[in-house]
Design a protein around this ligand. Sequence first.
Ligand code: COA
Length: 147
Amino acid sequence: MNTYPVRPALESESTQIKGLINLVGINPTGLDWKRFIVVVNEKGQVIACGQIKPHGEDIRELASIAVNPEYRGQGLARVVIEMLLHENPRPLYLMCVSHNGPMYEKFGFQVIADKAMPRYFARIKKLFKLSDVFRRSGQELLVMKLE
Ligand SMILES: CC(C)(COP(=O)(O)OP(=O)(O)OC[C@H]1O[C@@H](n2cnc3c(N)ncnc32)[C@H](O)[C@@H]1OP(=O)(O)O)[C@@H](O)C(=O)NCCC(=O)NCCS
């Protein structure tokens, strides 16, 4: 369905990537452009992105999956995720709020229990549980794994 180019990001797109992440309101830390895959429109604007973030040697996180609201529902997240999955070894982890869990299940990710989480994710989950904002949102933070 997608007809826009999907490719590794350029250094010149670093600011646009940060802008898109801020626009969609997800984790604004660890946004090194070198790790990103982007989709660009005919004007060269970054309309979708995603990355694999390393946390130590064997822990890799599918992260920063974002699509500009004007371009959603056209398979752009799918092409970004598929390219990242194609280019990276397993296992892969991710964190998401519960309403996005079903999307990642489509790619084979499964929710993992606290006991099975690498320490990095367990720590974030604990902080998330303590946060008032999220408690009020009614959403749970899921940690998912693709074997
Ligand atoms: C979540 C988001 C990335 C989806 O982008 P999108 O381009 O609309 O997604 P796609 O059109 O590529 O959808 C891919 C597949 O997931 C499904 N999907 C998308 N969002 C979904 C959701 N919330 N729940 C269940 N399935 C979902 C689609 O139906 C599609 O399925 P199909 O390919 O089998 O038909 C986008 O809404 C977004 O940027 N949200 C804000 C940022 C965010 O929450 N990012 C995720 C951080 S964990």
